[in-house]
Design a protein around this ligand. Sequence first.
Ligand code: HEM
Length: 432
Amino acid sequence: MTKADNTYHQAPTEILGAPVGCPVHHEWNPLGEDYLADPYPIAAKLRDDHPVFYAEEVGYVVVTKMEDIETVFTNPDTYASTNVQDPLYPLDDQAVEVLTAPDFNPSAVMSNRPEPDHARIRVYTRQGFSKRRLRTLEDYMKERANLFVDQMLAGGTSTEYVKALAFPLPAEIVFRFIGFPKADDEMIKSWCVERKAFSWGKPTAEEQVSIAENMLTYWRYCREFTAGRRDNRQDDFASELLDAHDANPEDLSYIEVESIIYGLSFAGHDPVTNLLCNTLLCLLPRRDQWDALCADPSLITNAVEETLRFESSQIAWRRVTTTDTTLGGVDLPAGTRIFLNFASANREPSHFDDPNSFDIHRPEASRHISFGKGIHYCLGANLAKMEARIALEVLVERIPSLRLAPDQELTQFPNITFRGPEALWLEWDEQP
Ligand code: HEM
């Protein structure tokens, strides 16, 4: 059931019922406090009870096993990605009204665009993420990471890491990559944060209106920015896309360029902020593993993979069936909304030895599903891993005494997909 008009976000009008014969779970709520606090034991039990089941709370069929999730990702004709940016629940009328402004018309271009258009557009975006371009960003990343650490050290022997580094670093990287001017950073960041609630949470009617208004403002900003770049090209991704559009306007339309910019600015920083926090949450309490990285930073690459498996910054993603099909022995009619549960698959015992242990030496760490698989495989995976590696390299070198502040209560922003602490307090010894 693909969207005829390629609308970027399309709210569901109703919660769907269970497919006939599908096991039903009446209580599990992916936005529930217990699940947000620690999804893993609950996800494992769900998987053991019924690998494929219907969750009444959200109206989605949940897929919990790695093998079934890979089947979904690698069969895009049967399982479309058109719903991945849609709100989880129906929206309030007032929010819908804001989004029906005639100039709010971003188009589905990447994660939520079906074939053959997705493949056509991905040719242009893939070029922007080439190894050559990523290498050019590496020095800038190191310089910025060091600067944030200078500021942390100048402020004493403790800091709140999200504010100090994990939020600003990935945001700046992706904004410079796109070409947004530095002066606009704070404004753009504030618009992006709320997108998480809109598409993957359960905002109140009042919150929906304010988020919708900000999304509209942000879309208008992206359009103005693109128009500015049209007349004044620079060495950035937006200019590359505009060059590609000029060379081949039939193949990459102008509104597709605007929409790629709109989508990338969110995709490109929020999950990385979470990844930067999650690496420290996994490593710092396991002192032997942190000390091993301080002694041998070449271990960092696999430590980042293991964090993506063990405490991923993305623990779910979505699809919708385009035709009647059967998955894990359960019949699914066309139009079934699918919830892919990475939290269970990334810790599946048949896939990973001793899956509930965090081990930076794990040989199969990179077999996680946190970046998806197949034609929509995360475009920014290498960039995200590079940012996490560089942040850790700088921290192990400059603050080996880093540790989690004791007695802090970690909270998660209530949403079904993105996972990372809203605040993370760190401490370290006085520097000599
Ligand atoms: C830890 C960080 C990140 C995680 C866990 C993550 C995860 C994902 C996942 C699960 C998908 C969907 C894959 C699928 O449907 O098969 C995806 C797609 C995508 N990601 Fe990421 N992502 C991260 C960082 C980034 C960054 C830094 C960027 C860009 C700067 C980015 C850009 C994209 C884009 C454009 C897509 C859509 C690709 C397509 O449909 O062809 N992501 N990502």
